[in-house]
Design a protein around this ligand. Structure first.
Ligand code: SF4
Length: 487
């Protein structure tokens, strides 16, 4: 049991090679494991972030997230295991109490497998020696300001390896001309509409072609989900390519779950090679939301923020994570998701800022049902000066049935539907009346969104009800998208 962290979700790490360390190092590792485990709940990831995370071990999070809470986090419980609190909520609370929120903005590296399970104290000493700048003991007595500066710099160097170089600054894209039609439309202003298509369960491209035909003319681009809810379908990459070939620009969703950093790099390069310009970076739903049988509960290799950081650097600096040069760097318009309704708006705003700093150029949100709470989130973003740096597309779901409304309200992480809306759906009568009520409610929300300052448009997620999108766009009086050229 630790002093601050929630209990470990999984056991402490062990090194994947035990032949490199001598007796002394192994003894030191054992002592560190015992002391830091007891005080901080440390899992010996070997890439220590305790100084950044208010001395709570982020590796006690079931997803192993190192850059903030996930979309399903709530103040009450963890979305993966509701019997435990959310680790990241604890971190935010403690950081807020101590005035350490700014420390949460640094983009932390994924784990370095070579360091996992091994001691960090000797490593810190090595970094101190190699820097040759201090901190020096005499400064601790006579120049406390300087000592603190050097102390922080030492830890920064230890946790930010050369292959990552994370920081807490905003990194605007290093190119001028828009790389996609979506980017062009967002830069031009106006109220932009994007849509969403769930890839089919089978291999037939016809399903996608038909849905793309429905949406073309109503939306600027269509998202393809990436095995959402940990449930297998046609890949987002293949679906995006089929859609592109029939003249509708895709937004390929790329999620970190189930992929190592190598596969993420490879898939992103593959997408660029196929002419898919928009990539929405996600951490991904935990396996426990899938239909089962559930895979082993291993933690994710990367999260959405690390993915954005990596892809932006591949594009703007032309390098793979391992340092190899990319001769013709890929061109991506990078997006992220946001969850305005899960945690407190100020916590969600910290995570949004991190995504924007890492490389997110547009954000698509969870569906808006509670407009007042959505505005609270926007205000929290505004306080962090984010609204001029990122295009925000407010999520919208036309509810197709009372059952769907109830399911989403009860079981979908990060979605909040006010009771009166669920009641309107349940009291609507037969199937057709429920659909019509869902449509009218979507129109009402859309009217409010159109007048909401700070947003660039809406992202309509009418999954399995794509046929409603053109009617919604038309009755809301939104400009129809021009068909994209056939490729
Ligand atoms: S809710 Fe999400 S961020 Fe919080 S501990 Fe669980 S998996 Fe981690």
């Amino acid at each position: 049991m630790s002093l601050f962290s929630p209990p470990r979700y999984q056991a402490a790490f062990r090194p994947y090679r035990r032949d490199r360390d001598g007796l002394l190092i192994r003894a030191l590792t054992r002592v560190e494991r015992w002391i830091k485990g007891g005080i901080f709940g440390c899992r010996m990831c070997g890439n220590c972030l305790l100084k950044q995370t208010a001395h709570i071990c982020p590796m006690t999070c079931p997803k192993g997230l190192r850059n903030g809470l996930c979309g399903g986090a709530t103040p009450e419980a963890c979305e993966v295991d509701p019997s435990r609190p959310c680790t990241w909520h604890r971190i935010y609370e403690r950081a807020q109490k101590r005035g350490w929120e700014d420390r949460l903005l640094e983009v932390n590296a994924p784990l370095d497998g070579d360091r996992v399970g091994r001691e960090t104290w000797l490593n810190l000493y090595r970094v101190w020696r190699s820097r040759g700048k201090g901190p020096r003991l005499r400064d601790a007595l006579f120049q406390r300001g300087r000592f603190k500066e050097e102390w922080d710099a030492l830890f920064f160097h230890a946790r930010q390896p050369d292959w990552w170089q994370g920081d807490s600054r905003y990194h605007p894209p290093a190119y001028e001309e828009p790389v996609s039609r979506l980017e062009e439309e967002l830069r031009a202003g106006g109220f932009v509409v994007t849509g969403e298509i769930a890839p089919p369960l089978g291999p037939s491209p016809e399903v996608i072609r038909k849905k793309a035909d429905l949406l073309r003319g109503a939306v600027v681009a269509a998202n393809f989900t990436d095995n959402a809810s940990a449930s297998a379908r046609m890949s987002s990459l293949a679906s995006s390519k089929i859609c592109l070939d029939v003249g509708l620009e895709p937004v390929m969703q790329l999620q970190a779950r189930d992929r190592s950093r190598v596969v993420l790099e490879s898939d992103a390069i593959g997408a660029a090679g196929l002419g898919i310009p928009n990539i929405l970076c996600l951490t991904g739903d935990h396996h426990r939301f899938g239909p089962g049988p559930v895979t082993t509960p291993d933690q994710f290799d990367m999260d959405a923020i690390q993915l954005l950081w990596m892809l932006r650097r591949m594009r703007d600096e032309g390098r793979y994570l391992d340092g190899r040069e990319i001769k013709a760097p890929p061109r991506f318009f990078l997006g992220a998701a946001a969850s305005p309704f899960g945690a407190l708006p100020e916590y969600e705003a910290i995570r949004a800022e991190k995504k924007v700093n890492a490389g997110a150029q547009f954000i698509q949100t969870q569906p808006v049902f509670d407009h007042d709470r959505f505005v609270d989130w926007l205000e929290a973003l505004d306080k962090r000066d984010l609204l001029g740096k990122v295009h925000i597309l407010a999520g919208l779901i036309p509810l197709k049935s009372a059952r769907a409304a109830q399911f989403m309200a009860d079981d979908v992480p990060g979605v909040v539907i006010p009771d009166e809306m669920v009641q309107r759906m349940t009291g609507a009568g037969d199937k057709e009346s429920q659909q019509e009520t869902g449509f009218v409610m979507a129109l009402e929300i859309l009217e409010k969104l159109k007048k909401t300052p700070g947003i660039a448009g809406t992202h309509i997620m009418a999954v399995h009800w794509e046929s409603i999108v053109p009617r919604l766009v038309e009755e809301a009086g939104l400009r129809k998208a021009h068909p994209a050229p056939q490729v």
